[in-house]
Write a protein that binds this ligand. Structure first.
Ligand SMILES: [Zn+2]
Length: 334
């Protein structure tokens, strides 16, 4: 199956790339922006393979020597730059190595593609080093920079790349895709919410048993200050888990509680399987405080993009959450 048949939401982006190819004006540097799990990598790899193919049609032929090297991950003209570990930086010596490589002629297809993913993991020296390459275009080379956090890239890099923004698909399209991949109903709905609408991420979460994890955290979060746990202990227990994910979950639950306060039968909530628990919790809390907690969560999301002590941040959020809950129990005259 080709890319667009499999992931129809990528169709307008693929068409745009195709029109660059047809007109012979492939940008030297393309910045592909979009949430994690929306298909940036799939789009970039399919395009790279197509660029390097020797006998392409709409897509890479899949048969030629270049396509075979690409499939075997040994194509000498496809250079993939990634951190050695998720979340780590891309150090400057890696970019210097890349630049040295770019000084040579492409070996195979007369073209070369560099995929930098995620581009925002380059530190300042790496970005500066890459900038020189962006300033001196080389007709044989196409750079594809992928990121879900373009705000972390220096303006000098941003201004030299053509930007392509991939949005999450409409919910119905994403749910249809998940159904095709074996997940339906409430389960699929919850996965998609946990992935903030990104279908490929949702599928990855399903395979990681994430719903069980989320239920465990939800139960501890809901009980905080009641039956068990204190914020410091809970933050410590969860500090090895992704802080971004925990904050996203709390955002989802808080928003659902706000929705349920205005309409207890709201069908549009993002965690339908937790509706009963969320409603019970929401009925004890003042809406104003829910909005205030939501503000705190949104600030935390921004802080997580920089250097921050994650355990401490989580602990502070949980302390606020507990305070808001306790205060509301006293204030609650409704
Ligand atoms: Zn081919």
């Amino acid at each position: 199956m080709n890319l667009v048949d499999d992931m129809p939401w990528l169709s307008p982006h693929w068409d745009r790339l195709d029109s660059h190819l047809q007109s012979g004006r492939v940008p030297q540097a393309l910045l592909v922006v979009g949430r994690q799990g929306v298909g940036k990598t799939q789009l970039a790899e399919t395009f790279s393979k197509r660029l390097l193919c020797r006998t392409p049609l709409d897509y890479a032929c899949g048969e030629c020597a270049s396509c075979r090297l690409f499939a075997a991950k040994t194509h000498p003209d496809f250079l993939r730059i990634e951190p050695v570990e998720t979340g780590k930086i891309i150090p400057v010596d890696v970019i210097r190595g890349l630049i040295a490589n770019l000084a040579l002629k492409p070996q195979y297809s007369g073209r070369r593609v560099v995929l930098i993913n995620p581009a925002h993991q380059m530190n300042v020296s790496s970005s500066n080093s890459l900038l020189k390459t962006l300033e001196e275009p080389d007709e044989h080379t196409t750079l594809l920079l992928l990121t879900d956090s373009p705000q972390l890239l220096p303006a000098t890099i941003l201004s030299r790349c053509q930007r392509m923004e991939i949005c999450v698909p409409e919910r119905s399209m994403a749910l249809a895709w998940l159904a095709k991949n074996g997940y339906e109903g409430d389960h699929a709905n919850v996965l998609l919410s946990l992935a903030r609408g990104a279908p490929i991420k949702a599928l990855g979460l399903a395979n990681d048993g994430i719903i069980e994890k989320r239920n465990e955290f939800f139960s501890a979060w809901g009980d905080l200050g009641g039956y068990g746990g204190d914020p410091a202990a809970l933050a410590e227990e969860w500090s090895k888990f992704s802080a971004e994910t925990l904050v996203d979950w709390m955002v989802c639950w808080t928003m659902d509680m706000i929705r349920l306060r205005t309409d207890p039968l709201n069908q549009a909530i993002e965690n339908p399987d937790l509706a009963e628990h969320l409603l019970a919790l929401a009925q004890k809390i003042n809406v104003r405080n829910l909005f205030r907690f939501l503000d705190r969560l949104n600030s935390a999301r921004k802080m997580l993009l920089g250097q921050v002590n994650r355990q401490l941040l989580l602990e502070e959020l949980l302390i606020h959450w507990l305070r808001d809950k306790t205060k509301d129990l006293i204030l609650l005259p409704q």
